[in-house]
Design a protein around this ligand. Structure first.
Ligand SMILES: Cc1cc2nc3c(=O)[nH]c(=O)nc-3n(C[C@H](O)[C@H](O)[C@H](O)COP(=O)(O)O)c2cc1C
Length: 217
């Protein structure tokens, strides 16, 4: 199978449950392909298609993984938001490499990304924070994410405290909160097929473009 037809297969051949997958334009841009798959995941009715697992590791290689939500993506990378004092943030500050994994079960699809991670600009975090509900903004102030909490009432007290401190809709971005952008060095697309003969296609950065490799399932 030629690379072109392999890309076409991976873009179009789910097992009949796939809706809204555009016919292949056999270009090789993985971010564009991600966009097509993400759009299909959104149209599939799946709950939180933007949820993804984020793996980080300490400098000596102890891994940890958790779910986060994709809030933006483009040629520069894939963006999520969090508390800059959380466990994931401490690991990323010490070892700015991460991996993301999406699973869209009903479409039998997985996308994996590996890359370097950096904070988004302060302005970008401010802009995104302003789009969150007031409750979520107060919640961001109240939560000392990943720190021990002796009892739930303590968190509720903190919510009341920040609720009183910022009574209107003008809840500012906490200095300890913001986004990270993972700039992918590789992106792998996985499409489930019959008899475990799944399709895998890996894109790796090469100069200004991408090198593609098919992988055994
Ligand atoms: C579906 C889902 C989406 C989540 N999205 C986020 C997110 O975007 N940002 C975030 O900080 N935590 C998010 N969480 C919570 C994280 O999984 C995790 O519990 C938290 O960030 C603390 O992780 P850490 O201690 O490794 O830093 C989400 C959890 C779930 C189940």
């Amino acid at each position: 199978m030629s690379l072109k037809s392999s890309i076409r297969t991976i873009k179009t051949l789910g097992k009949g449950v796939v809706v809204g997958i555009p016919e292949a334009a056999a270009d090789h841009d993985p971010v564009e392909l991600f966009g097509e798959w993400f759009q299909a995941a959104r149209e599939s009715g799946l709950y939180l298609p933007e949820s993804m697992s984020l793996a980080t590791a300490t400098p000596d290689g102890v891994p940890s993984v958790r779910m986060v939500l994709l809030k933006a993506y483009d040629e520069r990378g894939f963006v999520f938001y969090t508390n800059y004092e959380s466990r994931k943030a401490k690991e990323l500050e010490a070892n700015p490499r991460g991996a993301l994994c999406f699973h869209w079960g009903v479409l039998e699809r997985q996308v994996r990304l590996n890359g370097t991670v950096e904070r988004v600009s302060h302005e970008e975090s401010v802009r995104y924070f302003a789009t969150r509900s007031r409750g979520s903004r107060i919640g961001a102030w109240a939560s000392k994410q990943s720190e021990p909490l002796s009892e739930r009432a303590e968190l509720e007290d903190r919510v009341r405290r920040y609720d009183a401190e910022y009574p209107g809709d003008d809840v500012p971005l906490p200095p300890f909160w913001g986004g990270y952008r993972l700039r992918p060095e590789s992106i792998e697309f996985w499409q489930g097929k019959a008899d475990r003969l799944h399709e895998r296609l890996r894109f790796e950065r090469s100069g200004d473009g991408w090198r593609t490799t098919r992988l055994y399932p």
